[in-house]
Design a protein around this ligand. Structure first.
Ligand SMILES: Nc1nc2c(ncn2[C@@H]2O[C@H](COP(=O)(O)OP(=O)(O)OP(=O)(O)O)[C@@H](O)[C@H]2O)c(=O)[nH]1
Ligand SMILES: [Mg+2]
Length: 162
């Protein structure tokens, strides 16, 4: 089975690990440079945003198929630091880059972030208009797995009881 590598990067304490726990909660946040979490045919690399780990996390940013740069549009520095994370990626060709706003209200900074994505060919999502489920559905369709995704709806029914 093809494995896909999804990287969660971005400024410290914006809620990357909390977001991942909503998808799969049976892992311990070890407080080290990365949590490696397997889920179906995805492997999440949940990176620690603390600058002191920057040298250790470059490898994961370069190995990922989808780079999900998390920020909060109520914390300006979390958006401003994104470009320095993306500079660590040597070759962006073939990678999908997504900015994901984990804040649950619309802000001016969010509009700026959408524009930044549009200009750079990145994708932009925010969690006040899209659920974790819908977000992952979008990611899956980016990976062209949609034709064969019964496992996906079965899995959601199991954990969400609907
Ligand atoms: N109020 C509020 N607190 C949150 C939210 N998301 C996360 N937190 C809290 O913020 C703290 C940091 O969240 P994490 O999910 O560990 O953040 P992170 O981005 O993984 O942080 P690092 O791995 O250290 O870079 C935790 O204490 C969470 O409980 C949120 O949406 N609202
Ligand atoms: Mg974390």
């Amino acid at each position: 089975m093809t494995k896909y590598y999804l990287v969660l990067g971005g400024y410290c304490k914006v809620g990357k690990t909390t977001f991942l726990k909503k998808i799969k909660n049976d892992f311990l946040d070890e407080g080290i440079h990365v949590n490696v979490v397997k889920w179906n045919n995805f492997i999440f690399y949940d990176l620690n945003g603390d600058l002191k780990y920057r040298n250790y996390i470059k490898k994961y940013l370069n190995d990922g198929n989808i780079i999900i740069m998390c920020y909060r549009s109520d914390i300006e520095i979390s958006f401003n630091s994104i470009s320095s994370w993306l500079e660590e990626i040597k070759d962006k060709k073939g990678k999908k880059i997504i900015l994901l706003d984990l804040y649950n209200k619309r802000t001016e900074l969010r509009d700026e972030a959408s524009f930044y994505c549009l200009n750079n060919g990145y994708f932009h999502y925010d969690l006040d208009i899209i659920s974790e489920k819908e977000f992952l559905e979008n990611v899956i369709s980016m990976l062209e797995l949609n034709n064969n995704s019964n496992w996906w709806s079965d899995w959601w029914k199991k954990i969400c009881c609907f």
